[in-house]
Ligand binder design. Structure first.
Ligand SMILES: [Zn+2]
Ligand SMILES: [Zn+2]
Length: 202
């Protein structure tokens, strides 16, 4: 929790302005300029509510009670059970870029052309349920040295035909990669998290 330097109110991240904003006096602050000398939370852990979905086992972390209305992973509307838990504090947080309104708009555009999509997915109540969730990622530094062999594939289309060429690639690799991101959630589909990443960790 960060306090407003002007009035002591709680600061929250405001997506459209990408600033920390005070709900009380409406001042905005650059998130990188706000520092806190001491924190009530010790070490690299913090205490929070963890909500558990009885259907899929997905876990959601948050102090917001509207997390309980449905599961972000499987959509189940079963009441989620919660417990207080000590969780590892993230090293970094990448703030939201898109507001809920932005997401609804982009989704609506897609749905206009999706003629065969089930009706439920176009239901305004369903769309109203959109919410941002924090996705935990591990960020790795990867180094690799030695021989590699990979399978290559190119696909091209000519008229009614699709041509696929397979070939073998071999060579030597001496590489280092910083910020290789893998999602740290077993409930979240890897193909989705991979489509979102990798993140620019700077
Ligand atoms: Zn204030
Ligand atoms: Zn679930």
């Amino acid at each position: 929790m960060y306090e407003c330097p002007n009035c002591g109110g709680n600061l929250k991240f405001h997506i459209p302005s990408q600033k920390l904003r005070c709900a009380h006096c409406e001042s905005g602050f650059d998130p990188y300029a706000i520092h806190k000398e001491t924190d009530t939370v010790d070490g690299d852990c913090f205490e929070t509510n963890v909500f558990l979905c009885p259907q899929c086992g997905g876990e959601m972390i948050g102090d917001d009670n509207d997390v309980t209305s449905f599961c972000s992973y499987c959509g189940s509307a079963n009441i989620l059970s919660s417990r207080i838990s000590r969780e590892k504090r993230p090293g970094f947080i990448i703030p939201f870029k898109k507001t809920k309104e932005d997401c609804k708009k982009a989704y609506g555009q897609k749905m206009k052309k999706a003629f065969f999509v089930p009706k439920e997915l176009k239901n305004p109540d369903f769309v109203e349920g959109f919410r941002g969730i924090y996705m935990p990622y591990w960020s790795y530094r990867v180094s690799q040295k030695g021989d590699i062999s990979l399978e290559g594939k190119t696909i091209k289309r000519k008229g009614d035909y699709v041509y696929t060429d397979y070939y073998a690639l071999t060579g030597e690799l001496d590489a280092e990669y910083e910020g290789f991101s893998c999602d740290a959630s077993s409930a979240f589909y890897d193909n989705i998290s991979e489509a979102l990443g990798p993140y620019y960790i700077k």
